[in-house]
Ligand binder design. Sequence first.
Ligand code: AR6
Length: 176
Amino acid sequence: MKKEFGKTTVECIQGDITAQDDITAIVNAANAELRTGGGVAGAIHRAAGPGLEEESRPLAPIKPGEAVITGGHDLPNEYVIHTLGPVYGRDKPEADLLANCYRNSLKLADERGIDSVAFPAISTGAFGYPLEEAAGVAVRTVAETAESLENVLLVRFVLFGARDLEAHEKALSELG
Ligand code: AR6
């Protein structure tokens, strides 16, 4: 499923964030220390190789909502944007912090002249953010931010499971 916002196409697919060969920058649902970890972060660090953690370490720690950028190392992507999602029930206000993750990642990409960005469903795994709520924040924030982007022409949500895909497609279909 796809929709246009300004010059940017926003789409949702089911898949693995480490297998997006046609995307310039993938986003990592990172931990504050920018270390390997589990979930998306584990998959990204495994695919990128040890150079990713070496490059990331001096940029840590990051706070919820912040985003930093590194090279892609052995990934098929030129860049990895690392952002720290809120832990649901602890980092408040959750919705604002989660929105900052998407907004700051896209702004960073746009400043670097990056044309395409892929996001996982930040905070919806280990950090416990309820899926439907998070999908609404994610899709609304990307759509709003897209209106002012110059360089990012494609934003792809890469959802691991069928339920994740359904929640994001529903949120996207509900936007005007
Ligand atoms: N591609 C796309 N989505 C994935 C993949 C993948 N390869 N693997 C998992 N997901 P999580 P968080 C989905 O836990 O909630 C880590 O340990 C997953 O099914 O990766 O922001 C970090 O080190 C879920 O829907 O991120 C942090 O400590 C979504 O990605 C902490 O977890 C996010 O799950 C971050 O927690």
